[in-house]
Write a protein that binds this ligand. Structure first.
Ligand code: OXD
Ligand code: MN
Length: 595
């Protein structure tokens, strides 16, 4: 049992914030840890906790000659992805959470999870992890404190956020911080819940140790609670990468792009322009989350609130993403990938031939005949963004970067062309709102079925999605210089089921057209559903495909689109109560234009 005096004395050198001390005391009284450790974010602390994690078998050191400072973690096989069916928005009324979120009444959630948290840290250590999402001192940033009994969480949070003293200094004596409570229990899925209390700026997560469920700064605070705060305070919290493009004249532009989980956001954020684009440079600001505000100049300004990448490993290789491969060379935590005989990591798609002597993500010897994947399809790396050779210095700019274009992308085998520009902001919001994508391994459930994933935020919006679209429309009205909005699809397939567009670095062709549009340098053709590039604006040959293939990638088939508008019906019905009428009317108008 930890007394008030002890709680205070452990924290003494770090904070005297009465709100924080009282809350830690209250949560300790509930969870009853044997010890409380306040994290200061120092190197010494990192070394000590890493040593301890190794002793406890939570982390396995990788071969220091191959991956200096890097470690390997295996999760419980039942705990490998986000659990959307166990994720709840606990607003006072069901309506506020909206029909796309699971809802639980706050009293019920506090009571139900309270029983599970009661004594959950007995015999364990409670780590107090203060952190900042955003840059220290930036007007964009938010402070959170996560209480967790998982040393794995502490070490991952240290990579993903600005953690420790720096956060307590920013917080001072303020009561304005996100209160996150996390306990692993015995990782029984029956006792797994991820509950958000937006009104209380509070998150309770129990029964999991998977990143997306337990690194509370990321999906829980930066997106679910963030989107709620964004509406209240007049800004946007989005599931978007941010990248910088520099042209040969040295001019820099910034683009934000939303893709559903595991659709190549990290690859796009780290794109390397192919040889044809001599003198062009692409740099990363962020790979997953963008917080965006209206600047005094009437433009939209964005920051990446994270400090690291929690990326999907399979498919990452020297061709698909050399910058990610370089980022992973040191100081990285790998989760659920395969281990090589010489203490390094491997995953499907890293090399054509798997090395001999692999141990799979469950700890079993693996050969290509095993009939299972060596690495889990949602295996991950957690790596500091400072490791990225293509990191833009502007990732550290507390004011963020001005956004010229917003891109919405999905994984679609058919219908959606390579690129399409919206007629205006409202149409762009419509494009984002009606985004569909084939599901991936990032969430538990069936893979490969098309679901509507508005703005890639379906699993991450902390309130009613109709209201969320209305908020987007409202932001548009306040922007004097709004970014242009586009829709892209790298994943269209031909009649043989092969991808038509090469993707990866070749996406630069599309990116350049988008920025030329934003700069008023490229003309476009009008179609019933948006603008597309003029016939020769994208150089098929340079992209390594034939003109015919490019035409296929760009095709807009009226029949397919009529079907697409039909498929949107379910979403419009579901959100009927709050769907902005501008979007309802626009849908009718676009449909009519198709004939
Ligand atoms: C992620 C996700 O981990 O979207 O970024 O699932
Ligand atoms: Mn994501």
């Amino acid at each position: 049992m930890i007394t008030n005096h002890e709680t205070a004395s452990v924290a003494q050198n770090l904070t005297t914030n009465p709100h924080l001390l009282a809350w830690v005391k209250e949560m300790a009284a509930l969870t009853k840890p044997d010890r409380i450790v306040w994290c200061d974010g120092s190197e010494e602390e990192k070394e000590r906790l890493t040593r301890q994690a190794v002793e406890e078998g939570v982390l396995i050191p990788l071969n220091p000659e191959k991956r200096p400072g890097s470690y390997y973690a295996r999760s419980n096989p039942n705990d490998v992805a986000r659990v959307e069916h166990l994720t709840f928005i606990c607003t006072p009324t069901r309506e506020e959470a909206g029909p796309t979120n699971n809802w639980m009444a706050p009293e019920e959630a506090y009571s139900k999870l309270g029983k599970l948290f009661d004594g959950s840290m007995r015999g364990r250590t409670m780590y107090v992890v203060p952190y900042i999402m955003g840059l220290p001192g930036s007007p964009f940033s938010k402070v959170g404190v996560e209480l967790t009994d998982s040393i794995y969480v502490v070490l991952n949070m240290r990579i993903m956020t600005r953690m420790g003293k720096v956060a307590l200094e920013q917080l001072g004596d303020s009561n304005d911080f996100n209160r996150g409570l996390h306990s692993m229990l015995d990782l029984d899925p029956e006792k797994r819940f991820i509950c958000h209390f937006p009104q209380d700026n509070t998150i309770w997560s129990i029964g999991s140790n998977y990143g997306g469920n337990v690194l509370l700064g990321k999906k829980c605070l930066a997106l679910r609670i963030g989107s709620y705060l964004g509406r209240k305070e007049g800004w946007l919290a989005e599931h978007m990468l941010i990248l910088e493009v520099e042209n040969p004249q040295g001019e820099r532009r910034y683009v934000a792009a939303a893709f559903p989980s595991a659709c190549g956001k990290t690859n796009f954020a780290m794109l390397i322009p192919p040889a044809k684009f001599a003198g062009w440079k692409v740099r990363t600001i962020g790979d997953d989350i963008a917080w965006m505000r209206i600047g005094e100049d009437g433009r939209l300004w964005a920051v990446n609130p994270e400090n690291g990448y929690f990326g999907v490993a399979p498919g990452t290789n020297e061709k698909s993403n050399p910058n990610a491969m370089a980022s992973l060379r040191k100081d990285t935590i790998f989760t659920n990938v395969a281990l090589t005989a010489d203490g390094d990591v491997w995953w499907e798609g890293m090399t054509k031939e798997p090395p001999a002597g692999l141990t799979d993500w469950k700890g079993n010897p693996w050969t290509p005949e095993s009939g299972e994947k060596a690495a889990h399809p949602n295996s991950r790396f957690t790596t500091p963004m400072a490791n990225n050779p293509a990191l833009s210095p502007r990732a550290y700019d507390p004011q963020g970067v001005p956004i010229s274009a917003i891109i919405f992308g999905g994984r679609r085998s058919d219908t959606v062309p390579l690129v399409l520009q919206s007629f205006d902001w409202t149409h762009g919001v419509f494009m984002g709102a009606t985004m569909g994508s084939e599901t991936t391994a990032a969430a538990v459930g069936q893979v490969g079925v098309v679901r509507r994933d508005p703005m890639a935020m379906l699993p991450f919006c902390g309130y009613d999605m109709g209201e969320y679209f209305a908020h987007w429309l409202e932001i548009g009205k306040r922007l004097k210089n709004p970014p242009l909005i586009f829709q892209v699809n790298w994943f269209r397939k031909d009649e043989n089921g092969d991808f038509i567009w090469p993707g990866f670095g070749e996406n630069m062709h599309v990116l350049k057209w988008i920025l030329d549009r934003a700069d008023g340098k490229a003309s476009a053709k009008e179609t019933p559903i948006g603008y597309v590039p003029e016939d020769d604006a994208i150089d098929a040959e340079a992209a390594g495909i034939t003109k015919d293939q490019l035409r296929k990638a760009m095709a807009i088939d009226a029949e397919e689109w009529k079907r697409e508008f039909e498929l949107q019906e379910e979403l419009f019905q579901k959100l009927a109560r709050t769907m902005p009428k501008e979007l309802v009317e626009l849908r009718e108008k676009l449909r009519a234009r198709l004939g």
